[in-house]
Design a protein around this ligand. Sequence first.
Ligand SMILES: [Zn+2]
Length: 261
Amino acid sequence: MELLAGLFGLVFGSFLNVCIYRLPVGKSIVWPPSHCPICGKKLKWHDLIPVLSFVLLRGQCRFCKSRISIMYPVVEILSAAGAYLSFKVFGLTLEAVLLYLFYMVLLYIGAVDVRTKEISTISIILLGILKIGFVAVQTLSEGKHMSISGMVFVLSGGILNSAFVALIWLLSKGKAMGFGDVLLLIAGGFGFDWKEMVVCNLLSFAVGALWSVVYLIKHGCGKSSFKSEIPFAPFICFALFITTIWGKWLADLYINLVWRG
Ligand SMILES: [Zn+2]
């Protein structure tokens, strides 16, 4: 079942690519049909098979031979992986559907941040609604009720989750972290308990640091544009998704290792 979800994930990833490339510049996602952004030629149906077409065309346009961004197959593979994981962990449930939609918005935000260094407010709002929906369905399926105090806990989880990055944003006057990063941590962090907040923040900085090291090895040190070339949102998106699925488990694993080791 999760393999089938992964296959659907490839196709949805293909559609997400259209959104990633067109929505930020205000273009329609239904018209015109898919075309090469360089020569404008309409693509054939067999050029639109996720991942496979990219491999067969060796990453080039069939007509003008200009390079196709590696982002296309990467987004398709990530979409498939997210669908696979969501349905593997939660089975064929409403939780899995909401988790996958949440993941797709994260993927959209991360990819658009890489391309344009912007995070749109509407995508943040959508992310927050999906996260609250996911937490609500999860709570109800455990046989608990949604109370006012429960709702306060859900919302404060998001706000506290952003506290550390919000502090950096304030102290650096928006230079080290963007306000979009703060909003992303709030909307994606709804429902986190303190353990999940720690895991989420540690994970985003750890992966960000790791990526920076790889970047420095590849491009050499001393580049003044270093910071502006590495957007932080993709790391936050990654951490939010992993923490939403395995946050509590990762925290307990870490605590056990430290206390027993
Ligand atoms: Zn072309």
